[in-house]
Design a protein around this ligand. Structure first.
Ligand code: PLP
Length: 263
């Protein structure tokens, strides 16, 4: 019998199966860890956009945490879509109550099609309550701008944003450059807890099939951390995994299609 490390995603569902909890579980499976999930919100979406979503009642979220905590030994966890300030707070309280190992915070705010997945007034709750708990945080450029209040257009700005995220309490930070304009490479800035920093770059892939890239990166990172590998190695593995999954395109849906996890 294979003893897979157990990991947890705390996030929203995606009816496409390409982002959110579904992307997380697929990625975790591919990385040979056992994925569990606390569902915070349910979305109705396809590759053309997000049609609707609803966050679950606080009681049911707390019951999911309690059920898992009573039966599983979670070695690493991640957060994704958290919907609104009230739900961010519920998740923060659970993360303080239970030991789920290192925490990856993917501060999901807006889907690529433009649909908000986090209420505006929740950004402050993420900044004040969730970031101080983060072992590693993985914002894209717009998310890093909202969380730090900085404008980010240059690589120097990305370095400043990484330092600002650490000042907000996140121990390790990846600022994902994939949402920048005029790209030839998809370069991410990484600053680690000990202050060392490096850039991760991969050739720019021109495709609309990028649904769930952020979830996939943070889920892979969480899986690697559960295996006990170093933060730098986990980040490099996650970047390589998501790059391969973007390259390895699959034809489903009519719009921003999901990644192919058979990498
Ligand atoms: N739906 C859910 C539940 C998500 O968590 C996310 C991203 O984290 C998305 C949709 C958006 O995915 P994308 O912007 O990659 O299309």
């Amino acid at each position: 019998m294979v003893d897979y490390p157990q990991v947890l995603t705390i996030a929203g569902t995606d009816s496409v199966g390409g982002a959110g909890i579904m992307a997380d579980l697929k990625t975790m499976q591919m990385r040979h860890v056992f994925g569990t999930a606390v569902v915070v919100a349910v979305t109705a979406q396809n590759t053309l956009g997000v049609q609707d979503f609803m966050a679950l009642p606080e009681k049911l979220i707390n019951e999911q945490f309690a059920s898992l905590a009573a039966d599983f030994s979670i070695r690493a966890c991640k957060t994704g879509m958290l919907a609104d300030a009230e739900h961010v707070h519920v998740v923060v309280e659970a993360l303080k109550k239970y030991d789920f190992g290192p925490l990856t915070v993917d501060p999901v705010m807006i889907a690529k099609g433009g649909a908000p997945l986090l209420a505006d007034d929740a950004i402050q709750t993420v900044r004040d309550e969730l970031l101080p708990l983060a072992t590693v945080v993985t914002p894209n450029l717009p998310e890093a701008e909202r969380l730090t209040g900085l404008g980010i257009t240059t690589t120097d700005d990305m370095v400043a944003a990484g330092q600002a995220m650490q000042a907000l309490g996140a121990k390790n930070v990846i600022i994902k450059g994939g949402h920048g304009h005029n790209q030839t490479t998809a370069a991410d800035y990484v600053i680690l807890a000990d202050g060392s920093a490096f850039w991760l770059s991969a050739p720019w892939i021109e495709t609309v099939r990028t649904h769930g890239t952020g979830d996939t990166l943070s889920a892979c990172l969480t899986a690697e951390l559960a295996k006990g590998v170093s933060m730098a190695t986990a980040i490099q593995t996650a970047k390589a995994y998501v790059t391969a999954a973007i390259k390895n395109t699959i034809q489903v849906g009519h719009g921003h299609g999901p990644l192919n996890h058979w990498v």
